[in-house]
Design a protein around this ligand. Structure first.
Ligand SMILES: [Zn+2]
Length: 288
């Protein structure tokens, strides 16, 4: 299981959420059979969505991040609830490209930089709120920072990292998101800048045994931070047979007739490894 911890500065002007999402990234690899660079890309997007979703107020609120950069991985989607639980999907899970110029998994190369990052917040009332920005980096954390600055006018610092072992299992995965409120005083901003400069990468910090709490406290060092909350987070899919039925209905009568040629129709959830079976009679009963 993963863990997400939020800390707040004494003057309440700066908030930091940090996540240990190794198990979430491991589930992504297990479900989608992703290649290393896709595990890193989808893992980063999922952890970013988790950190942003965790900030939603309502119990049933959800947040969807859709990254479409025109790269070989195709479109990536992550959906998080307000507890930071998340599910994710990538169009092309297996992309094999060389490491980038600094010898790391080339997430930007897999995602592409010609497209947009969309964030849709479903706050349970009326039309969902949605914002979209052009991709600025393709490395994902910078794109989330750009989204927050442009669409929500919140200055922030985001770091996301997924370290993949040679056997494709996940060694470490985590991230943090620091958000500054409009009244954050200059010394607080300077302290954050100093901390960020001194801190190693998230996967290095996790490898050294630091917990999300340690990381979230370290990021706000000098600002007398306190822990605000601390939750378990998981890769979690909320699919049900009813939802799959609705998706089948949306295919239309002709497609349903086509499917009913088979004795049993098997539908696999895009987000998890769950398989739903529909008998011919059940498929035909969905016709309108
Ligand atoms: Zn599912």
């Amino acid at each position: 299981m993963g863990r997400i911890v939020r800390t707040i500065s004494e003057d309440a002007s700066v908030v930091c959420s940090a996540i240990d999402g190794r198990d979430i990234a491991a589930r992504i690899e297990e479900i989608h059979k992703t290649s290393a660079v896709c595990t890193a890309a989808l893992g980063r997007l999922a952890l970013g969505a988790s950190l942003l979703g965790f900030g939603l107020k309502g119990e049933n609120d959800s947040l969807t991040m859709r990254l479409a950069g025109g790269g070989p991985a195709g479109t990536l989607i992550a959906v998080a609830d307000s507890y930071g639980n998340v599910k994710a999907y990538v169009q092309n899970p297996v992309v094999e490209i060389p490491l980038n110029s600094v010898g790391k998994l080339d997430v930007r190369g897999a995602v592409g930089t010609d497209g947009t990052l969309s964030v849709i917040k479903d706050l349970g009332m009326g039309e969902p709120y949605s914002g979209q920005i052009p991709i600025v980096s393709g490395e994902i954390a910078e794109d989330i920072t750009s989204y927050l600055a442009t669409s929500e006018q919140v200055p922030s610092v985001c770091a996301l990292g997924v370290l993949v072992n040679p056997d494709l299992t996940v060694a470490q995965a985590g991230g943090f998101l620091i958000q500054l409120l409009p009244f954050a005083p200059e010394p607080a901003i300077e302290a954050i800048e100093r901390n960020i400069k001194e801190m190693q990468s998230v996967t290095q910090l996790l490898s050294q045994g630091m917990t999300p709490e340690d990381i979230a406290m370290r990021a706000l060092e000098g600002l007398n931070p306190n822990v605000l909350d601390d939750f378990e987070v998981n890769y979690k899919c909320d699919c049900t047979k009813e939802r799959v039925e609705r998706a089948l209905i949306s295919l239309g009568n002709d497609q349903l007739d086509e499917l009913a040629r088979d004795e049993v129709t098997e539908v696999k959830c895009h987000f998890c490894d769950k398989v739903y079976h529909f008998s011919r009679e059940e498929v035909l009963a969905l016709k309108k």
